[in-house]
Design a protein around this ligand. Structure first.
Ligand SMILES: [Zn+2]
Length: 127
C-alpha cells in the first residue's frame, strides 16, 4: 500500500466512524461499554496483546476492531452485532472468540483471532 492509499483508507475509516453515530443515539440508556480483548497472532512465536477499550455515550458507536497485521486486507473484528444484540437483551456481559476474515498475500487464512469480553453499563433510569 502506498502512502496515498494509506491516508485515503484512514480518512475512510474516520468517515465510517462518524457514520456509525454516537453511542448515546444508537443505544440510549447505555452509560458505558468496556471491551477487553486478547489479540492472538498465529506465527512461529505466537504473540498476544491485551487491549481494553472504553466507550462512553459521547463516543462513536464504531466497534470494528482493526486486525494488527499490516498485510491484512479488509480484516478486523466487527463486534457491532455482538454488542447490539447484547444491549437488545439488556445483558451486561458476553464473552466470545472471533477469527479475522481478512486476506493478504503472505497471510494464512486464520492468521489472527481475538477472544473478547464485553461489559455494558446501563444508566439507572432505564429498566
Ligand atoms: Zn487480519
Amino acid at each position: 500500500m502506498n502512502r496515498q492509499d494509506y491516508f485515503a483508507k484512514k480518512e475512510l475509516n474516520k468517515q465510517t466512524r462518524v457514520d456509525a453515530g454516537l453511542v448515546s443515539d444508537r443505544f440510549p440508556g447505555v452509560s458505558g461499554i468496556v471491551i477487553q480483548m486478547i489479540y492472538y497472532r498465529k506465527l512461529a512465536n505466537p504473540v498476544h496483546m491485551i487491549r481494553t477499550i472504553n466507550f462512553f455515550p459521547t463516543s462513536y458507536a464504531y466497534f470494528n476492531m482493526e486486525c494488527m497485521m499490516k498485510e491484512c486486507v479488509d480484516g478486523g473484528f466487527d463486534l457491532a452485532q455482538v454488542i447490539s444484540s447484547l444491549i437488545k437483551k439488556h445483558k451486561k456481559l458476553v464473552k466470545g472468540k472471533m477469527v479475522c476474515k481478512g486476506e493478504g498475500e503472505s497471510l494464512a487464512s486464520h492468521h489472527a483471532s481475538i477472544s473478547y469480553e464485553i461489559n455494558i453499563q446501563y444508566s439507572k433510569q432505564s429498566k
